[in-house]
Design a protein around this ligand. Structure first.
Ligand code: COA
Length: 256
């Protein structure tokens, strides 16, 4: 891998986008490497949670790599969004394994869209977040027009997209875009703490919850029907037997 680093520490994996000189901008190769990394981590049953961050002190991801699409035509533009959504953004959102975005600096355009595709976000207090695409003559194409209103509401999303402005970390927290803001030094330790907490729970049930929550935002699905189906499926899992047995035996569950 030329553009990302993957480190496994017990049940937690950390994926770091590693193009600091380009503020970790997402070029085609990086998107493909991220897809491969997430696919392989998702298939690793031992890994229970993934943290996604950017290298350096300055940026999570400063957007899609503008130099790669500046000369695209209509059909190339549409393919860029379609392929990116399929292999990375929708892919992460629907992954079985929870993904936490550790937003350590600029998260702009495709960078904020990537953070929003993760299951939740934690930011360092130097982070700046925005969707500046209209200042370039395009719109967000990696799900930003859909996920930003889901997270912050339509009015705030419209303002952010139309002004191309940036939120600081505190405003992002007030908007509900990130769950916590901490210092840069505290960012990864807090994400690791949250990931460890997640790793102690049933990964089967967590996956079922991801699918059920996501169904609420997918117009092709009935969220309540999805919840009923996923809830029912849990009763057929080893984790359900272990979780309920452990409770009745007054001990901590030992999920595989
Ligand atoms: N695509 C490609 N390259 C990018 C990039 C992007 N989205 N964001 C930053 N870079 C590159 C810069 O071109 C520069 O490369 P160079 O040193 O070879 O010239 C390098 O990263 C450092 O960026 P620079 O602009 O010099 O840093 P800065 O501190 O002055 O400004 C930003 C930081 C984030 C405000 C600025 O880089 C920026 O506006 N980036 C684009 C953000 C954007 O519009 N993203 C949405 C894309 S759809």
């Amino acid at each position: 891998m030329n553009n990302i680093l993957v480190v496994k520490n017990d049940k937690i994996a950390t994926v770091t986008i590693n193009r600091p000189k380009k503020l970790n901008a997402l070029n085609k190769e990086t998107i493909q490497e991220l897809h491969k990394a997430f696919k392989s981590l998702n298939e690793d049953a031992y890994i229970k949670a993934i943290i996604l961050t950017g290298s350096g002190q300055k940026a999570f991801v400063a957007g899609a790599d503008i130099s790669e699409f500046a000369d695209f035509d209509v059909s190339q533009g549409s393919d860029l969004a379609k392929n990116g959504q399929a292999i990375l953004f929708d892919y992460i959102e629907n992954l079985n394994t929870p993904v936490i975005a550790a937003v350590n600096g600029f998260a702009l355009g495709g960078g904020l869209e990537l953070a929003m595709a993760c299951h939740f976000r934690v930011a360092s207090d130097n982070a700046k977040m925005g969707l500046p695409e209209v200042s370039l003559g395009v719109i967000p194409g990696y799900g930003g027009t859909q996920r930003l209103p889901q997270l912050v509401g339509k009015g705030k999303a419209m303002e952010m997209i139309m002004t191309a402005g940036m939120l600081n970390a505190q405003d992002a927290k007030n908007y509900g875009l990130v769950n916590y803001t901490v210092t840069q030094e505290e960012l990864l330790p807090l994400c690791e703490k949250l990931a460890t907490k997640i790793s102690r729970n049933s990964s089967t049930a967590i996956n079922a919850a991801i699918q059920a929550v996501n169904a609420n935002f997918d117009t092709s699905k009935d969220g309540y029907a999805t919840e009923i189906k996923q809830f029912g499926n849990c009763f057929g899992s080893d984790d359900f037997i272990e979780g309920t047995t452990a409770f009745l035996e007054k001990r901590k569950p030992n999920f595989i």
